[in-house]
Structure formats: structure tokens, C-alpha cells
Write a protein that binds this ligand. Structure first.
Ligand code: 6PG
Length: 226
């Protein structure tokens, strides 16, 4: 695990955006179609906007980047709460990303559990077995994606789970599980704000009561902090 410290959220977002574009360009030049899992949250939104701002000068072929989501709020498709809606507005629609695998919305005709199962199936059939990069925000309680400390979903061994009673609103969510997140080549934690400093310190110190401490990239785990 490597910690990369920044003085502000803006600096963090600028650094992550540059590194992201370099990574995707490099992977594409090696013939890979990068598989990327996005996260929701405030710092993710800032990073997405920065990537979109820098995209015109980068050599990324956006038709050959495959986007997934680490978690999603189970709300209607056009709700402003949806992580996918936020990512589309800030990045995906701006760069014209063509291959975006959103988690089902609550008005898609599936129950929460059916929606989680459907996404797991999509990942199994249309993913390629692992992510090149998983982005994860961190909650002040040490949650990542929608895996909250002490909750049964943290121990799930499926690919994706439905979450009820999420301590962070909205209450219904879908989340990839720890085994699914840990199928990442690289994990980049993006953590900004004083209220998260304690959780980040504890996760970095190996406190496994925090879901964040249990996610590691196979070859790289970076903690961007501001
Ligand atoms: C969500 C997330 C969640 C988020 C963290 C950090 O759906 O809200 O995916 O895991 O990344 O809670 O969010 P902030 O960056 O807004 O604090």
C-alpha cells in the first residue's frame, strides 16, 4: 500500500486524473481494453470532472474503455442520487464513453436482490474476470462501495449484493462484494476530508473491522489522501 498525500481535494483530483489517463493510455497501447470500476461520492465527482477536462489532450480511445460501478444507490433511473447519473454527467457522457455497465435502477422492474444478481451475471458474462482499476471512496465509518462495517454484506461471497438500511442515505443500494472488489489489478482509494482521516489511518493500520482495510489490488493499492 502506498499513500499519496495532497494539500487539497483539488490537487488530489488533478493528480488522480492525470494518472488515470496515463494508465488507460498505457493499457490500451498494450492491447488491453481497460475494465474500470467507478465509485460514487464527492471526491469521485471532482475527479471525474478533472478527467473530462483533460480528456481532449489525452490519447484515450473511449470506445475501448469498459466502465462498471462498485456500488449504486437503488433509486429511479432519473434520480439525481444515482452514482451512474453523476458519473455520466461529469465524465462518461462528456467523453462519449460507449461501454458503460450501470447497475439496475429501482424502476427497472427488478427487486433489489434480483438487480444485484442481474449485475453479477452481467459482470460474469461481459466482464473479463478482473478489473484493471477499482476506484473507492471512503466513508468516515470506514465503508467502501456500499459495504458498511459490521453488516452481513461485508462477508458475502457472491459478486454483488443488495444492501438495505444503509447508514448513508439512500437506504437501498447494490454493492460489489469484497471478493469482487479484490479481483482488481489496482485499487485507488480517493479520500478527502478531515472527517475521514481517522478511518483512513485505521484502515491503513490494518484494522479489519473496517471494510476498507480488506480491499487490496493484486499489484497496486494506492491511497490518495487530502
Ligand atoms: C456512495 C459511494 C460511497 C462513497 C463514500 C465516500 O454511493 O455514496 O459509492 O462509498 O464513495 O461514501 O463519499 P464522499 O466522497 O462523498 O465522502
Amino acid at each position: 500500500m502506498t499513500v499519496i498525500a495532497h494539500d487539497s481535494a483539488g490537487e488530489l483530483a488533478a493528480d488522480v486524473a492525470v494518472r488515470f489517463l496515463e494508465l488507460v493510455e498505457r493499457l490500451q497501447s498494450e492491447g488491453r481494453e481497460p475494465q474500470i470500476a467507478l465509485t460514487g461520492g464527492g471526491i469521485a465527482d471532482e475527479i471525474h470532472r478533472e478527467i473530462a477536462r483533460l480528456a481532449p489532450d489525452a490519447g484515450v480511445d473511449w470506445d475501448r474503455v469498459v466502465f462498471w460501478f462498485g456500488d449504486e444507490r437503488f433509486v429511479d433511473r432519473d434520480s439525481s442520487d444515482r452514482n451512474a447519473g453523476q458519473a455520466r454527467a461529469a465524465l462518461l457522457d462528456v467523453v462519449g464513453a460507449a461501454r458503460v455497465h450501470e447497475m439496475p435502477a429501482s424502476d427497472a422492474g427488478l427487486s433489489l436482490d434480483e438487480a444485484a444478481t442481474a449485475y453479477a451475471e452481467e459482470l460474469r458474462t461481459e466482464g473479463d474476470g478482473h478489473f484493471d482499476l477499482v476506484f473507492l471512496g471512503l466513508g468516515p465509518d470506514g465503508h467502501v462501495a456500499s459495504l458498511f462495517p459490521g453488516r452481513p454484506e461485508v462477508e458475502a461471497d457472491r459478486i454483488a449484493v443488495g444492501v438495505t438500511d444503509s447508514p448513508k442515505p439512500p437506504p437501498l443500494r447494490i454493492s460489489l462484494t469484497l471478493p469482487a472488489l479484490n479481483r482488481a489489478e489496482r485499487v485507488w482509494f480517493v479520500v478527502s476530508g478531515e472527517e475521514k482521516a481517522d478511518a483512513a489511518d485505521r484502515a491503513l493500520g490494518g484494522d479489519e473491522s473496517l471494510p476498507a482495510a480488506r480491499v487490496h489490488g493484486r499489484s497496486e493499492t494506492l491511497w490518495f489522501r487530502a
